[in-house]
Design a protein around this ligand. Structure first.
Ligand code: PAF
Length: 283
């Protein structure tokens, strides 16, 4: 596996692969790789000749009081995992390479509408940071295909919208969420949980699936369901950020007539923010 730290080295390799007629798949990550990330790599390997992974903990997508400094950095273990999957190249830009003029002077990309609701409302500026870094990474890597986890459902919709709105010639693949046996969605942030919180965490998924079942059984008063399940999560030991039933593509509040829905949940256990989602098709 080649390790690139500069854009020039990366572009050089990319040029050679293009000349050799190879398709390139890209998996952007912030490192601390778990099976969810590795599943993205496996999927990329199925669809592309060459696979590039990036690791960059993007300061632009963290709020002032969020966990940028504490975010787990496990480069050696990450490299081992990627090598075991035969990844062709790992791109490791620094913040100076990504944002040479500093964050304040950086041109940004903002996807209106879907960036402002649910997680975007709770984490102002987060999706601007994601959209900007992903656009920059796409310009650096120039992949034919890029792979993102459905675990970050809103992020996936934001990226699909930015690719469409900016007429990028990149195919975006959403890869189903990897879960622990308990149903807990795999996430780098699960590592922050203590033993007691680990016992509680799977209830997030269990309640989400119960809400899904209520909808499948015919319940259409979504605000009532949101209020009930928010209270149930709080009673189980979480601090609920939101429980929201949305239109699966626009992410606007679902109406009783909508057929394609997504349930989005965010809740804290202590200081750790957990998210999960599931789609519901009524058609
Ligand atoms: O999902 C992530 O790990 C990050 O948001 C991404 C897409 C790598 C952008 O920093």
């Amino acid at each position: 596996m080649k390790n690139f730290t500069t854009i020039a080295e990366l572009r050089d390799a990319r040029k050679n692969w293009r000349q050799a007629g190879k398709t390139v798949g890209f998996v952007p990550t912030m490192g601390n790789l778990h099976n969810g990330h590795l599943q993205l790599v496996r999927e990329a390997k199925k669809h592309c000749d060459m696979v590039i992974v990036s690791i960059f903990v993007n300061p632009m997508q963290f709020g002032a009081n969020e966990d940028l400094d504490a975010y787990p950095r496990t480069l050696d273990a990450d490299q081992q995992k990627l090598m075991s999957l035969d990844v062709d190249a790992l791109f490791l830009p620094t913040a100076d390479i990504m944002y040479p003029k500093g964050l304040d002077q950086q041109t940004f990309v903002e996807v209106p509408g879907i960036s402002d609701v649910v997680c975007g409302a709770s984490r102002p500026g987060h999706f601007r940071g994601v959209a900007t870094v992903v656009t920059k990474l796409f310009n650096m890597v120039q992949p034919e295909r890029a792979f993102f986890g459905e675990k970050d459902y809103q992020q996936l919709q934001v990226i699909k919208a930015l690719v469409e709105d900016l007429s990028m010639d990149i195919q975006i693949y959403g890869v189903p969420t990897e879960r622990e046996a308990s149903g807990l969605a795999m996430s780098s942030r699960n590592g922050y949980l203590d033993e007691a919180q680990r016992q509680t965490a799977p209830a997030l998924n269990a309640m989400m699936m119960s809400l899904r079942e209520d909808i499948l059984q015919g319940e259409r008063d979504y605000p009532k369901l949101e209020t009930k399940y928010s209270a149930d999560l709080n009673a189980a030991g979480f601090t609920t950020d939101y429980v929201s039933v949305r239109h699966a593509r626009t992410l606007q509040n679902a109406s009783a007539e909508d057929q394609e829905l997504v349930i989005l949940i965010a809740a804290y256990l202590g200081k750790t923010r957990l998210i999960d989602n599931v789609q519901v098709s009524l058609s």
